[in-house]
Design a protein around this ligand. Structure first.
Ligand code: AMP
Ligand code: MG
Length: 409
């Protein structure tokens, strides 16, 4: 079975918003053995939307559409669908009642503009939206199954997974995807260790991607059914893990912070953070994981020297003798933080994120990462390449990674 994914929105065609919905949908469809043969993007233009729906319905058995179901005049996808079906919009009383109920629950009165969200092309079916006001739509156009969802990614994902996915027929065979996330080596280093697994015609297909400071190895296996595909993918993933050892941080949905969190939880230990150049990024990563309160004590963002002194008990003479970006200060930050926040482990970072402020002795990208535990404190000196953003991101990941390696033994 083939699918075409259609995204609707002026913000997408103009480049103001990156189309992440299509990537999500293509991956989800692939897992069901449904191949996406085209991504189409059109602005909020009724005629273009109708034309794109008609053309897509002629080119694939399944058309999945996001965007343009909002209550404002620039949201025209339901009108475009009606045009493509050669019909008109009619008020759906059940939809209207659901919509009114939604506003009542959040304690607001529904404005007239929202009524359009209860309008459905004759012959189409509204789809429940648990996360927002706009119902989705299901219809048949030219023999193709057409599904329309809101553009807001959080609403789209829930509707696709809960309402649309269960309605889709299984594709020919099944595809299983596995993703192993690595940290501590570049893409080419990683690639060299698994080069023989990366042949383009192999099944499973193995490839690498780089995103957000991590190298991911993606495994895509085709099988007759779910079980066979998954077994193939898992066998390849295991081989990749064997080759890469401790470079592999986690798999699929796991992140650096979720893996560190799980290790801490297993040990019943706690973490605190003392951040300078990362400005709270490590704390944000740690607390992005649900349940982080089980092990995260808190953090101090100590940017100025006197904040390092006052909040982390870094001795003045260390700051004066070595400067804030130095091995002894990183050590003192970690130890002070561990003590003040009564944690089993404390991570500290101090560095020069740039673009200005570097010198021959202390270049942009120089960071010191401290890790204090019951058995002492270790400090690493690293010089990261890249922009301010990249340096801050890599510093945060490297700091968490040092704890991960320590906890994993
Ligand atoms: P809409 O349902 O068209 O009103 O879209 C609501 C919001 O969702 C837009 O303002 C965008 O910020 C976001 N959005 C819409 N389509 C996409 C897409 N394909 N990828 C990512 N975000 C999107
Ligand atoms: Mg829109």
């Amino acid at each position: 079975m083939n699918a075409i994914i259609l995204s609707v929105g002026e913000e997408l065609t103009s480049g103001q918003t990156v189309d992440t919905n299509s990537a999500y949908l293509a991956e989800r469809l692939a897992r069901r053995g449904i191949r996406t043969i085209e991504h189409v993007t059109v602005p909020d233009d009724r005629a273009r939307i109708a034309e794109a729906i008609r053309r897509s319905a002629g080119g694939a058995e399944l058309v999945v559409i996001t965007g343009g179901l909002g209550p404002t005049d620039d949201d025209l996808t339901r009108q475009g669908l009606a045009d493509a079906m050669g019909t008109e919009l009619v008020l759906d009383e059940t939809c209207l009642a659901t919509l009114e109920g939604w506003f009542r629950r959040i304690g607001r009165t529904m404005v007239a503009a929202n009524r359009v969200q209860a309008m459905v092309p004759r012959g189409a079916e509204p789809l429940a939206n648990r996360m927002g006001t706009a119902p989705g739509l299901a219809a048949r156009v030219d023999g193709a199954a057409v599904y329309i969802m809101p553009g807001v990614p959080a609403e789209m994902k829930v509707m696709f997974d809960e309402v649309i996915l269960p309605r889709l027929p299984d594709g020919a065979g099944a595809i299983a995807l596995r993703s192993l996330h690595c940290f501590g080596a570049g893409e080419s280093d990683v690639g060299m260790k698994i080069a023989d697994l990366m042949r383009r015609d192999a099944n499973p297909l193995v490839g690498t991607t780089v995103a957000a400071g991590m190298v991911s190895i993606r495994v895509q296996a085709c099988g007759a059914d779910d079980r066979q595909a998954l077994a193939l993918a898992d066998r390849a993933a295991q081989e990749v893990r064997r080759r890469l050892g401790p470079l592999v941080v986690g798999q699929d949905e796991e992140t650096m912070a979720s893996v560190v969190g799980a290790l801490l939880r297993t040990r019943g230990q706690t973490l605190a953070t003392a951040e300078s150049c990362t400005g709270g990024l490590i704390g944000a990563m740690v607390t992005a994981v649900p349940g982080a309160s089980d092990y995260y004590r808190g953090g101090v963002v100590a940017y100025a020297d006197d904040a390092k002194r006052g909040l982390l008990s870094v001795p003045s003479d260390l700051l004066a003798a070595h400067g804030a970006v130095s091995e002894p200060v990183a050590r003192a930050m970690a130890e002070g933080c561990r003590r003040r926040l009564a944690a089993d482990w404390a991570i500290s970072v101090t560095g020069i994120a740039g673009p200005a402020g570097g010198s021959a002795e202390k270049p942009v990208g120089l960071v010191f990462l401290g890790l204090a535990g019951a058995d002492g404190t270790a400090v690493q000196r690293i010089v990261f390449p890249g922009t301010r953003e990249a340096i801050r991101l890599r510093t945060s990941l490297a700091a968490l990674n040092s704890l991960r390696l320590r906890l994993a033994g």
